[in-house]
Write a protein that binds this ligand. Sequence first.
Ligand code: SF4
Ligand code: SF4
Length: 369
Amino acid sequence: MGKPDGASKQFIDALEFRGIKRRDFLKFCGATAALLGLSELHAPKIAAALEKASKRQPVVWINFASDTGCTEALIKATYPGPAELILDILSLDYNETIMAAAGKQAEDILAKSKRAGGYILIVEGGIPTKKGHGMIGNREMLDVFKDMAGSAVAVLAVGSCATTGGVPAANPNPSQIIGVSEGLKRVNIDKPLVNLDMCPMNPEYLGGVVVNFLLLGKLPDLDQHGRPKMFYGQTIHDNCERRAHFDAGRFVEKFGSQEEAMNYCLYKMGCKGPMTYSSCPKIQYNNRTSWCIKAGGPCIGCAEPGWTDKFAGFYEKLPGVKIPGLGGVEAGADTIGAAAAVATAAGIAAHAAMTKSTGRTKDKDGGKK
Ligand code: SF4
Ligand code: SF4
């Protein structure tokens, strides 16, 4: 990659200062290439793009109505991971949760960023629209949003509170909270917007969007809800490690049961995986060690817009699902499970008949029957 120029050198020094070895950084670039659906051969290109971008792309991160869980998810992510990407590679000018400045000093930084413009605006949390229900520096959050969105090059809404209001906007939504997409319409601003629905957002998704922007100079392709197709193109159910149990009609009926211990399908325990689009089973959390269903909990559908109302109660079975392969029919889980079990039994019977006719079945002592 040649001799590093000033910015690259500064970047390498910053990584070393945080105790990140070059080898780990390249490993991170390889993993990011895979995340973006590229071959590992792109890792050096990603490394070069990140080094070049070092400290040249400002980011302003604003917190509105939320529990700051997305910031927490970011700073506790893989090492090295998206946190280093944001903190070391980009210039994170403002984030109330992790910056040292407070009060007037913080307000001055925000005003300076607005004057300079050209930043990526990351929004965490929903925007209260009922007067007096959400203020920053004695200003309504909606006014702060209008100010900061106006001078941004693009807006990333991280976490479901930012995309559609999330938990704070759940019925009856006393603070009349809205998400960023609705917020942009209210303040009459048109900006490129990426929604990273989830509660909290997966920091690897954020890292992928940022790398995509730095590498290709554009935001990723989006679905109808403004979510990157590369992360929200398939349902949880499509890639779930318990799918074989669903197809065979093997369900957990009760927590604490033998079926639960055998990791059977959680559909009857309220799993919303069949109606939720996200790459959770593939990308997972915590350095790809686990995710909700692997940890034994049903998916509550937090990657879907409006999930808090749409999927309540979380432990109640979905009334019906569309099953690919059964003609896209709507059917209840009991019907599906029964149909799948019948199909499996028929398949086993057919297989047994075939193997018997070809003499491939064996008795318990290993001899052919
Ligand atoms: S219903 Fe849930 S637990 Fe069962 S296979 Fe689908 S996603 Fe996995
Ligand atoms: S598995 Fe479901 S509940 Fe868990 S993070 Fe993914 S979308 Fe949210």
